[in-house]
Design a protein around this ligand. Structure first.
Ligand SMILES: *[C@@H]1O[C@H](CO)[C@@H](O)[C@H](O)[C@H]1NC(C)=O
Ligand SMILES: *[C@@H]1O[C@H](CO)[C@@H](O)[C@H](O)[C@H]1NC(C)=O
Length: 677
């Protein structure tokens, strides 16, 4: 329903901005923005220019993402203009009932950076309810003997509005016999009492018909009516009289159904049936029951202070003769601590960086306890030792902030338990847990598993052979912990480096790119780097020393004596009379290898004497010559014997020796000067 005064003309905007001063003193207090609007404004109506009141310019709106954080979203923030708009029906009576002040409090959250502002929208009452009686007519029996001045409580009307808009007066249609008094209950609500002005004469008029009008004080006023039907009874007895006009009682909520609330009692001075009093409710409620004989009022169901705090009941006592008296029973329900605090999280941030500074806002927590007084006052704390802290913000709001250093590599997530305890006796508490995940930051450089590496490689290795694997670990997550390897420095010629060694960036395996030759390169040093993929990346270096080992890959080379084409050496002759032990020559050889591979030992493999064949040939020829000579001599001798010349025989007699010299084989050994070594 429109207020009839335009869309926003009614809305009074009173931004109460005192953060500027306050924030200097109290960081926990947020900005408070205050608006006042009438109830029942149509959806889309502007409550106020929130962005302007928060001093945000329109072009900031897309990044700051202003939004309302509330359990029941009565309002939204326009993304384009930053205005606070009505988004659902605002019925003051539904929201606040009979409360005289009605305000909706909620937080407006802004992002980048996360901040929130406390907004209070006061809802003003509009006279949108007519005073209403529960029925159209009301019957009353009055004895004709009733003295003038007697009063009768009449049915009350209800008006849901408050203040001036609520029920203000009752009026009675003109009557010579009756008048009306407006009376007030303890809580300020009005009720009508009918007063008999002059004696009734049943014979003259047995039936009176009056109209009771209830009006509120709105502008214009609204009113409702009920017809009073008054029957004048023909008896001269006494009406019942209650012991009290008003009975007041306090009753704890949650008493079991059937609990006695109190007992009303009326007496009647008549006798017989005229003194028998039957009690009844004016308005039958489903909450309380009344024993019509005893006047005992009991509860029919469990009462909830949070729903209704006070009941006012009119009890009627009627005697057998039809005379009636009334009393009012006012029952105040007493609050008990029967509601646990309610914890809700608002604006929980998704990423908590491990390097977040202490005091970083993580969530807004709202605590609500439906109980009243101390039963509804709540303390909030965190359970256990966690690097977080709860700071009281505005009323019932708390901030969850970081309160220490975080290290994802040590603790990647926290289960934070918030305990809200009220001050009731006994207190009630609520535990709520939330898991906070810590987001990785590249705060660890890769670390090599060894402080330095030394590797021995035998020379003549196959090119492409892996000679070592270096490894580094990085405890960070994802790319921040993904390590690549490279060679960043070496003592080799920079341009030649890649032709000697390489490293696999992923595995850290170091490869020889060529066969190493110990005779040229015995050792070299590389600086390897492990680098993660964070932004910015972190790295560390390690040294790798490669020692090239020797293999026996060089044959000894004879330096002396000089060798001929056929590999043989020529020596000088050795004197014929050389004694054993005569130094013939000294052979000198060298080996390019090192260590054992270069230790030489010398052996004679073969000794031979050239010319031995010709020696045997000469001996054989000599033997043949001698035999031939002997044969010739024998033939001559035989011839001479036949001619009997004994002198000629003398030569052949035994004991005669043939003179012959020893045969010495030729000797070809030569001798050379001994080289000086
Ligand atoms: C947090 O709570 C969840 C569920 O109760 C559990 O699985 C997890 O292990 C807890 N984490 C820590 C760090 O205690
Ligand atoms: C690693 O070595 C390179 C080349 O010598 C050098 O530029 C770099 O600063 C070193 N990094 C570290 C972490 O020592």
């Amino acid at each position: 329903m429109g207020s009839g005064a335009g869309k926003s003309g009614w809305a009074e905007r009173r931004p109460v901005l005192f953060p500027f001063l306050l924030s200097l003193f109290c960081l926990a207090l947020s900005e408070q923005i205050h608006y006042r609007i009438p109830e029942e404004m149509p959806e889309g109506s502007v409550v106020g220019n929130l962005a302007k009141d928060l001093r945000l310019s329109v072009h900031e709106l897309p990044t700051r993402k202003l939004r309302v954080s509330s359990e029941k979203p009565y309002f939204t923030v326009s993304a384009e203009s930053g205005e606070l708009l009505v988004s659902s029906r605002l019925d003051r009576e539904q929201i606040c009932g009979k409360k005289s002040a009605c305000a909706l409090e909620f937080e407006v959250v802004a992002e980048n950076p996360l901040n929130f502002y406390h907004v209070n929208v006061e809802i003003e009452d509009v006279n949108d309810h007519t005073p209403k009686f529960s029925q159209n007519s009301f019957e009353l029996q009055i004895s004709e003997s009733t003295p003038p001045g007697t009063r009768f409580i009449l049915e009350v009307a209800e008006d849901a509005d408050i203040g001036l808009n609520s029920l203000q007066t009752y009026k009675l249609s003109l009557s010579p016999s009756f008048s009306l008094i407006n009376k007030e209950k303890q809580d300020g609500s009005k009720f009508p009492e009918l007063v008999l002005e002059k004696p009734l004469d049943r014979e003259q008029q047995s039936y009176h018909r009056l109209v009771l009008t209830a009006s509120d004080g709105g502008d214009p006023p609204l009113s409702g009516t009920i017809e009073l039907q008054i029957q004048v009874t023909d008896a001269n007895d006494n009406p019942p009289v209650f012991t009290q006009d008003v009975y007041r009682v306090n009753l704890g909520e949650n008493v079991p159904p059937g609990t006695t609330v109190l007992q009303v009692s009326a007496t009647d001075q008549d006798e017989g049936v005229n003194s028998e009093i039957a009690y009844s409710f004016y308005r039958s409620g489903q909450v309380f029951g009344l024993n019509s004989k005893s006047g005992e009022i009991t509860t029919l169901k469990t009462l909830d202070f949070e729903e209704i705090k006070e009941y006012s009941i009119v009890v009627e006592g009627r005697d057998g003769g039809g005379l009636v008296a009334q009393c009012t029973v006012e029952i105040s329900i007493q609050d008990e601590n029967d509601n646990r605090p309610d914890i809700t999280f608002h604006s929980l941030v998704e990423m908590i960086l491990e390097n977040a500074v202490p005091g970083t806002l993580i969530a807004l927590i709202k605590i609500h306890d439906r109980d009243s007084g101390e039963n509804g006052e709540v303390n909030c704390r965190l359970e256990g030792e966690v690097p977080f802290q709860i700071i009281s913000s505005s009323k019932n709001s708390y901030k969850l902030v970081t309160a220490g250093t975080l290290d994802r590599e040590q603790i990647p997530e926290y289960n934070v338990t918030i305990v809200a305890t009220d001050k009731g006796k006994p207190p009630l508490c609520t535990h709520t847990s939330v898991t906070l995940h810590i987001t990785d930051v590249n705060d660890n450089a890769p670390v090599f598993h060894q402080a330095s590496y030394v590797v021995h490689v035998a020379e003549n290795n196959p090119p492409g052979a892996s000679i070592e694997q270096v490894r580094a670990s990085d405890p960070d997550l994802g790319p921040n912990g993904h390590v690549s390897y490279s060679i960043v420095a070496s003592d080799l010629e920079p341009r030649a480096l890649s032709s000697y060694v390489s490293v696999n960036p992923q595995s850290g395996v170091v490869f020889a790119q060529r066969a190493f030759d110990h005779e040229q390169l015995r050792a070299f040093e590389l600086t390897l780097q492990a680098r993660d993929h964070g932004s910015p990346a972190l790295s560390s270096n390690v040294s790798l020393r490669v020692l090239v080992g020797d293999r026996n890959d060089n044959a000894p080379r004879v330096l002396y004596p000089a060798l001929g084409h056929d590999g043989s050496a020529l020596f000088d002759t050795v004197p014929r009379a050389a004694q054993p032990g005569y130094l013939v020559t000294k052979v000198v050889a060298v080996d390019a290898d090192s260590g054992h591979n270069a230790w030489l030992s010398y052996h004679v493999l073969q000794a031979s004497e050239p010319g031995l064949f010709s020696f045997y040939l000469v001996v054989a020829l000599a033997l043949i010559s001698v035999l031939f000579l002997l044969a010739v001599i024998l033939a001559v001798a035989l011839h001479l014997r036949r001619s009997s010349s004994p002198a000629a025989w003398g030569c052949f007699k035994p004991g005669l020796c043939v003179k012959s010299g020893p045969v010495v084989p030729p000797n070809y050994m030569s001798r050379l000067p001994i080289p000086k070594l």
